[in-house]
Design a protein around this ligand. Structure first.
Ligand SMILES: [Zn+2]
Length: 545
């Protein structure tokens, strides 16, 4: 009697289970599946909101929880994916090896993330401990260590029989963007060749194929001297339904076919890119947005029903009647989640304390006072230039005086002192220029008015400027050669044309290294302390007459 009863119960359970959810059985015929993909990318240490209350993981959690609840009530499922580069960007995170950021992602219950190039900024031991810290996989099909894949290439999620495969890919440029020490014995194989192998394999196991990538979105596939991005991969490899991208840190919202809407305004409609049947999305950077893609799947057809980039407390400046400007949110404010705040607040407090710890010292004043740095060569600017050259192996540096906000007084130095000098969080960018291009650039910046923030400072180069024109330039002890290529490093503000500097962002060799200026200076100060102030005295390196 007992035996029969339990057999019946088991059969009943099996019948129910078979109907609702038999793993690997595939989707049911004539059933509509509702799948919502939520996505972020290029978080870059922004676990905490900024001074204006923008973004931050606490508000992100409220938003994601609310969407998950709504989708689930409507009978749908949600996957939360990230396009990589969780590491590097703000001192409070960098000083704690992004532990708060990864713990925050775990509390947000991410389902998978792509491995970004900045995941290799610190020694491998840091990356390994980050991996061990989280429940979700870090995916990268094209990274090999000792001939074997270093990360899982993909993960298949079974959603009531609907099999969703998520693969990971990482830009090959990682090779040239991180310290060789950190990637010894590690290969970054060609993303397209790798995708050509993995996509068909995954197609055999999944009904939907999603690529979580950290490769960049290049308009119409024009990737210049950088390695291939999402558009090029989608065009080259058939069978990808959706690419959740990162790396170029832009909202991928299209104005027309193959034309990106570069003037995208938070809260406006966003039409993702589509190439060869694959949707391509990217949610700008830093958790400024959560991307939401609502799909329907029925009898083999996968359809994007609705897409939105949802701003996370992004603010705009408005001028009041009194002429004063104030910040107002673009969209309705999102409250911060209490559990996330409880997790992150101790890290934020500790990070701020760490800013006061001694990082090095200087035996004399490094001159960065406004009146000096905007009118003649100054040692703080030389120090900043040298630090940027050291980090990027550039031949010379150009520093806009307005980007130098303070001096170092003789004695002990802290990260806070560094942040007083460079408070803007600009990234460091490089371009490889011909001798002729260098001369054109120098002639443009040499004309910037004395006394203005645009006034140009230099490191690694000797110049004679006669009546605003460069009449002599010497790099590495030799006169500038038109047939040679030189690497120049500047901050992103200048590269984007700030202060009227020549715009470099469209140059084919332009690379935004992602290294934050203050962090570059901090690392240099730590490595070279005690600094000898005399080493950075400009002397007669730049002569104006
Ligand atoms: Zn990146």
């Amino acid at each position: 009697m007992h035996l029969i009863k339990s057999t019946l119960t088991l059969a009943a359970v099996l019948a129910l289970w078979g109907c609702a959810n038999t793993p690997g059985a595939g989707p049911q015929k004539d059933k509509t599946y509702y799948l919502t993909i939520l996505h972020t990318n290029d978080h870059h240490g922004r676990f905490w909101k900024n001074g204006d209350g923008e973004y931050g993981m606490a508000a992100r959690k409220t938003l994601i929880d609310q969407i998950r609840g709504e989708v689930s009530l409507a009978g749908g499922h949600t996957l939360l994916l990230d396009g990589g580069d969780v590491n590097t960007g703000v001192p409070e995170s960098d000083l704690q090896d992004a532990v708060p950021d990864f713990k925050g992602m775990d509390l947000l219950r991410y389902d998978a993330m792509a491995v970004g190039n900045h995941e290799f900024d610190k020694p491998l031991s840091v990356l390994r401990s980050q991996r061990a810290m989280v429940q979700f996989p870090m995916l990268a099909a094209n990274i090999y260590e000792g001939g074997k894949r270093m990360f899982e290439p993909y993960k298949v999620f079974d959603i009531d029989g609907l099999r969703v495969g998520v693969m990971g890919l990482t830009t090959e440029d990682t090779r040239k963007m991180v310290s060789p020490e950190n990637i010894k014995g590690i290969e970054f194989r060609n993303v397209i060749a790798e995708a050509r192998q993995v996509v068909p394999e995954l197609r055999g196991k999944a009904d939907i194929v999603i690529a979580a990538t950290h490769m960049g979105h290049y308009e119409n596939g024009n990737h210049g001297t950088q390695s291939e991005g999402d558009v090029e991969m989608a065009r080259a490899v058939k069978g990808i339904d959706l690419i959740v991208g990162g790396h170029t840190q832009n909202p991928v919202c299209m104005k027309a076919e193959n034309v990106v809407d570069k003037a995208y305004v938070p809260g406006a409609d966003c039409k993702p890119d589509r190439q060869n049947g694959a949707w391509i999305v990217q949610a700008h950077e830093w958790g400024k947005y959560v991307g939401r893609a609502d799909f329907e799947y029925r009898n083999g057809e996968f359809k994007l029903v609705k897409y939105a980039l949802i701003p996370v407390n992004l603010m705009k400046s408005v001028k009041g009647a009194d002429g004063k400007s104030s910040k107002v949110p673009y969209t309705e404010l999102i409250a911060e989640d209490k559990d996330m705040l409880a997790l992150l607040k101790p890290y934020q407090d500790f990070g701020q304390q760490k800013l006061l710890v001694e990082i090095g010292s200087t035996d004399g004043k490094l001159e960065g006072d406004r009146a000096v740095v905007r009118s003649k060569p100054a040692s703080m600017a030389v120090l900043i230039g040298q630090a940027m050259m050291d980090k990027t192996k550039a031949d010379f540096a150009v520093v806009n005086a307005g980007g130098v906000r303070d001096s170092f007084a003789p004695g002990k130095l802290t990260y806070k002192d560094v942040l007083k000098v460079q408070p803007f969080g600009n990234t460091t960018v490089t371009v490889d220029l011909s001798g002729k291009e260098v001369m054109d650039y120098l002639n443009a910046v040499a004309k910037m008015s004395v006394g203005s923030g645009a006034f140009a400072q230099f490191a690694g180069i000797r110049l004679v400027i006669t009546g605003g024109n460069v009449t002599s330039a010497t790099i590495n002890g030799a006169p500038l050669d038109n047939n040679k290529t030189y690497r120049m490093v500047v901050n992103k503000f200048s590269a984007e044309g700030g202060d009227g500097y020549p715009k470099l962002t469209d140059h084919k060799s332009y690379v935004d290294t992602g290294y934050v200026d203050a962090d570059v200076l901090r690392a240099y100060v730590s490595a070279k302390s005690p600094l000898k102030a005399a080493d950075y005295e400009p002397g007669d390196a730049v002569v104006r007459r």
